[in-house]
Design a protein around this ligand. Structure first.
Ligand code: F6P
Length: 506
């Protein structure tokens, strides 16, 4: 059934962007939508403009058919109902329940965990752990990227506690954090869903040693553990009263909303963290209750599929024209590539087209002076998302923000319009797609809605491709081999053996 729809999609005419605008005076109204959350107090307004993509009425109708053929409604309902949607691991995927949207029992459990987390955050702010000026948050992947992004985005005006996020096993990362912290006023957050990840556990041991070597008598007393495996945290040495659990059904790269968000709440204060959850919940409700093209994450997924499968685009670019969101491409890389970079479908059969493109990007305007040459004149077509905010993050001369936004919008316009020239080196082909997400403000609620939008977009893409976005077996083999290398009794290929010998590991 879906094969027939793809055949139809492949056969549709593909007018240029200019032709699409010329043919449809209402194009902007159809493809650019202002998102507002009516049922929460905080403003989380933002504009989603997909008009500079090649979606048109015929493609949208066919993609809606594809969504029906791939059981989009049923798979979306299963997600929100807390059913086992992660079939290879036999788990639900209940990140929305963390925001209060989902199966009742799971929403209640998440609220209980949040209640406990809020109490601990507020107690620490009041001095329950003595003076805490610094927090070293140790985690990796989904246990680090979200906190790092959220704190960088939202706590620039001054954090209640100064947070250093450390992920890499390379000791340079931890040493850099130590250099910024005073051990007497530093606490640790050890964040690991499994509480077994070698990088995190090794870094945590070294941070404990650093505290001890610097005169802290009870270093484990300075630790809060954020985990879905509380028993392991207790075994490691954390007192039960300082363990903030979350459910096994919250995936690592979807876990910022759970206790993994502890450092965010420590930096911002609980009210802002609650607002962040509310913004995400508003996007959840939109995604759950809206059908077809009007559904913003689904609309984005239609365009994603168009470029990946119908235009053969192997990458997608994300450029944040806002210094506060400069870590967003890193975060989206894990979300999208770890979720949808797979070769088999839910039923174990091979995917019948390309799966996730490579997500890459950077911050504007820096990236303009580094990589945009390829976007404008390279032979690869890269669909680009621009993300910017109307409200500036700085208090300097308004010229800064005006020039920043002008450049952002200029890039989208230039990519689409192109420019003819008699000199081929100076010609721009144009007709290059982009989408723009323009936030009213980078506020906790807006930021929450923005991240939830990308989670749902990733899920919608997975459904259209027939993929399970919630497992990540592809990361296991490398971990196994690293363990074998540590154990020292396995022989590898000649190249690896030579490297190991040269580095003095074997
Ligand atoms: O190796 C991949 C991964 O499992 C990610 O999915 C996860 O976010 C990261 O490792 C960290 O895992 P944990 O939170 O269990 O330490």
């Amino acid at each position: 059934m879906s094969k027939a729809v793809w055949t139809k999609l492949e056969g549709l005419p593909k007018p240029t962007l200019k032709a699409l605008f010329a043919a449809d005076p209402a194009r902007l109204d159809t493809f650019a939508t202002h998102f507002e959350a009516s049922d929460i107090e905080a403003d989380c307004g933002m504009r989603f403009d997909w008009s500079k993509t090649h979606l048109d009425a015929a493609h949208v109708a066919a993609f809606e058919e594809l969504a029906a053929a791939m059981d989009f409604d049923a798979r979306r309902k299963a997600l929100f109902d807390g059913e086992i949607v992660n079939t290879t691991e036999g788990r639900a995927a209940e990140h929305t329940a963390q925001r209060g949207v989902g199966k009742e029992a799971s929403v209640e459990l998440a609220a209980e965990f949040h209640h406990r987390m809020a109490a601990i955050v507020e107690a620490i702010h009041r001095g329950a752990m003595g003076e805490v000026k610094h927090l070293i948050h140790i985690g990796i992947g989904g246990s680090a990227l979200g906190p790092a992004l959220a704190i960088d985005a939202l706590a620039r005006d001054g954090a209640m506690v100064n947070v250093q996020v450390v992920s890499n096993i390379d000791g340079c990362a931890l040493e850099a954090a130590f250099a910024k912290c005073d051990p007497a006023t530093t606490m640790l957050a050890v964040a690991s869903k499994t509480f077994t990840t070698i990088e995190t556990m090794t870094n945590a041991e070294s941070a404990i040693a650093w505290l001890r070597d610097n005169g802290v008598e009870d270093p484990y007393g300075r630790v809060v553990a954020l985990t879905a495996a509380p028993d392991k945290a207790i075994e490691w040495g954390v007192d039960e009263t300082r363990i903030l659990p979350f459910s096994e059904s919250v995936g690592g790269r979807y876990s910022l909303w759970s206790s993994i968000g502890f450092p965010v709440a420590m930096a911002l204060g609980w009210p802002d963290f609650a607002e962040f959850l509310d913004g995400a919940a508003a996007m959840d409700a939109h995604f759950r209750d809206t059908d077809g093209l009007a559904n913003l994450p689904l609309r984005a997924a239609f365009a994603d599929q168009y470029y990946t499968r119908l235009r053969g685009c192997q990458t997608r670019g994300v450029f944040a024209y806002d210094e506060r969101l400069k870590l967003l491409p890193d975060y989206l890389q894990q979300l999208e590539m770890e979720s949808n970079g797979k070769s088999v479908k839910v039923d174990g059969s091979p995917v019948d087209g390309p799966s996730a493109p490579i997500t890459w990007g950077g911050v504007g305007t820096d990236a303009q002076h580094a990589v945009f040459q390829l976007l404008h004149q390279g032979t690869n077509i890269v669909p680009v998302d621009f993300i910017a905010a109307i409200g500036p993050g700085d208090d300097l001369n308004p010229a800064h923000h005006r020039i920043l936004l002008s450049n952002c919008f200029a890039q989208g316009a230039a990519l689409m319009a192109g420019k003819a020239s008699e000199d081929p080196a100076r010609a721009y082909p144009g007709d290059r797609p982009s989408a723009t997400i323009l936030l009213d403000e980078v506020s906790p609620a807006t930021f929450g809605a923005l991240i939830a939008f990308h989670e749902h977009r990733t899920f919608a893409n997975a459904v259209l491709m027939g993929i399970n976005p919630f497992d990540q077996f592809g990361v296991e083999l490398g971990k196994e081999i690293a363990k074998q290398i540590e154990q020292g009794d396995t022989a590898f290929d000649p190249s690896t053996e030579a490297l190991l010998e040269l580095a003095g590991i074997k």
